[in-house]
Design a protein around this ligand. Structure first.
Ligand SMILES: [Zn+2]
Length: 449
């Protein structure tokens, strides 16, 4: 199915965020090819152009979520691209970089290309799934390079996928990625540190069920150190995902300061919650890997995002049915849905840090688009895709999980008051979301087919 032809559109009198900064009382025009063609002051409407008066509302780029799990193929009963991409639009997201963390992993060019094609007509947002960095994919990395933004490596075991057995294996895998010139995106938690913590806590019934102690700060920092050391040794390009500790982020920045090709990102929950909050919210709802840490981590990471030193945030959206989360701690899966709320969560993170929103918006627009070379996305500039979100930053709403669009139908943020929910979302000039619901047929396209 080819994408429909959108009308030429003119948005007038908005507060435009271009990916870096706000432009006051500015107009934006996009054409029938879904591209931004003009940004300026007092643009004059053309014949047959659809005009939207913004009256000072914000017009921002469609968000780029560089870390989501939609579980298609293989576990569509938990989500799938139909539900996941609907949730994405609800959160203002128009592009996802998605990680397959259930079988079949994306461990060959053929399976990756099959996935890219199968999602046409299903996904409501544009997509660029990662490949998997596992034994099976090593011979195919050269061929996969053109078709995915990076390959994902799980250094510690997480949701049953991946896991590197030892450092020699890590060296071989990172070495193969370096040779192919493909970026490695990594989940960093050290299995030995986590196993030792589990062992030492086993006779302490209170602490044994503390996720932040089982998957500790040390587990993350040791693993990040090891990933950085091996990447430096073999010349791999490394991105550390969902950093949950200030110390971990500091290690990444220090390595980058030494000239290494290493970057990192965090996730909204590490900017908004602490281990204490996770105790008060039941059903293991905030159980996630890496575990949510402490106030100094939350503040430290928020400060780094605010200062543009950690310029990328991805949700790690990982849906599970609530009855599975409701099992006893040990048996409950890790991860929770959050893409439905990404835009208001980023504004909440800015507010919590008493900061202006620019850096927090950059971290879910231009920041990830640059990191993963999605040159048409995450920016409002002439020639870019007309992926647009309209919002009223002053409009507040209490999160009601029953109104969210991703499949699991619950949220750890249920009951929290947030501001700046997307009112309308456009994908390549097409209206795809309005009034809390999706609009039209799914027109998402693969970005690296
Ligand atoms: Zn993840």
């Amino acid at each position: 199915m080819s994408a429909p032809t959108p009308p030429s559109r003119l948005f007038r009198g908005g507060r435009l965020f271009d990916g870096n900064q706000f432009l006051e009382a500015t107009d934006l025009r996009c054409d029938a090819h879904g591209k931004i063609t003009e940004i300026g002051i007092a643009l004059v409407a053309q014949l047959a152009e659809e005009v939207t008066e913004l009256h000072g509302k914000w017009l921002i780029p469609g968000l780029v979520d560089c870390h989501v799990h939609f579980r298609e193929p293989g576990l569509v009963r938990k989500e799938g691209y139909g539900y996941g991409s609907s949730g994405a639009l609800h959160g203002g997201v128009t592009t996802v970089c998605e990680i397959q963390n259930n079988p079949p992993l994306m461990d060959s060019l053929s399976i990756l290309k099959e996935k890219l094609e199968n999602l046409r007509g299903i996904s409501r947002v544009d997509y660029a799934p990662y490949g998997s960095l596992v034994e099976e994919s090593l011979g195919d990395l050269n061929a996969m390079k053109k078709h995915c933004p990076a390959v994902k490596c799980f250094l510690g075991c997480s949701t049953g996928a991946g896991g590197v057995a030892d450092e020699a294996t890590l060296r071989r895998w990172f070495g193969a990625a370096a040779k192919a010139g493909i970026k490695v995106v990594a989940h960093c938690e050290d299995n030995e540190v986590m196993d030792a913590a589990t062992e030492s806590l086993k006779d302490d019934p209170e602490k044994f069920f503390r996720h932040d102690l089982r998957r500790s700060r040390e587990a993350e920092v040791v693993s990040i150190d090891s990933a950085i050391a091996v990447a430096a040794e073999v010349g791999a390009i490394l991105h550390v995902f969902h950093i949950s500790t200030f110390e971990g982020a500091s290690r990444v920045m220090a390595a980058a300061g030494r000239g290494m090709a290493v970057t990192g990102s965090t996730a909204p929950h590490y900017l908004l919650a602490t281990a204490k909050d996770t105790e008060s919210i039941g059903q293991n709802r905030f159980k996630v890997n890496p575990a949510i840490k402490y106030q100094e981590d939350r503040e430290g990471l928020g400060n780094l995002v605010a200062r543009g030193m950690l310029p990328i945030v991805g949700t790690d959206h990982a849906p599970h049915p609530l009855d599975e989360k409701d099992r006893p701690y040990n048996k409950a899966p890790s991860g929770f849905p959050s893409i439905d709320l990404l835009l208001p969560l980023m504004l909440a993170a800015a507010d919590l840090n008493a900061c202006p929103p620019e850096a927090f918006l950059h971290a879910v627009t231009l920041g990830p688009a640059k990191e993963f070379h999605l040159d048409q996305k995450g920016r409002l500039e002439v020639g870019a895709d007309a992926d647009l979100v309209i919002l009223d930053p002053n409009q507040k709403r209490v999160v009601d999980e029953s109104t969210l669009l991703s499949r699991s139908g619950w949220s750890p943020y249920h009951g929290r008051e947030l501001r700046g929910f997307p009112q309308q979302v456009f994908l390549r000039g097409n209206l795809v979301f309005a009034g809390g619901a999706t609009v039209g047929e799914p027109i998402g396209q693969p970005l690296m087919a």
